[in-house]
Design a protein. Structure first.
Length: 143
């Protein structure tokens, strides 16, 4: 089993960072390996991912959600066992986002990706694409 932990500082307030991350249906816009996410009831979702041309589908269940602070989930079945993302305000008004994923590679391609560090690099790249997306987003006007 591999555990990947990465952090990035984003130059947006915590409520904006959390709100954008909480919109999981937008993940395919900036996460290369995520092809589709269907959210069912705010707790359950279905994911379609692809790595190296191999498509995997799994279901995810939220097990913890503290608005503006932390989101945690478990997955079944599939190579991702679960994970969490935490949001921490910085004195500057920016936000540190820390993601932790628990993965259990299945099959030749996923084992190769895990052993060579490709999975880790993919997570880092996705996190930095999220940073670019959230920092370039137009603020939502207040009602």
């Amino acid at each position: 089993m591999e555990r990947i932990t990465e952090s990035v500082d984003v130059q947006v307030p915590i409520d904006l960072a959390y709100g954008r991350w909480n919109d999981i249906t937008s993940f395919p816009q900036y996460m290369d390996s995520v092809d589709d996410v269907q959210e069912f009831d705010g707790v359950h979702s279905h994911w379609v991912t692809s790595v190296g041309g191999f498509v995997r589908e799994f279901d995810a269940t939220l097990v913890e959600q503290r608005p503006g602070q932390r989101i945690a989930w478990t997955c079944d079945p599939g190579p991702m066992l679960g994970g969490s993302v935490a949001f921490e305000p910085l004195p500057s008004g920016d936000t540190t986002i820390t993601i932790e994923l628990r993965l259990d590679a299945h099959g030749l391609v996923e084992n190769f990706a895990e052993k060579t560090g490709i999975l880790h690099r993919m997570v880092v790249a996705d996190l930095y694409r999220f940073k670019a997306t959230v920092e370039s987003a137009e603020p939502v006007p207040e009602a």
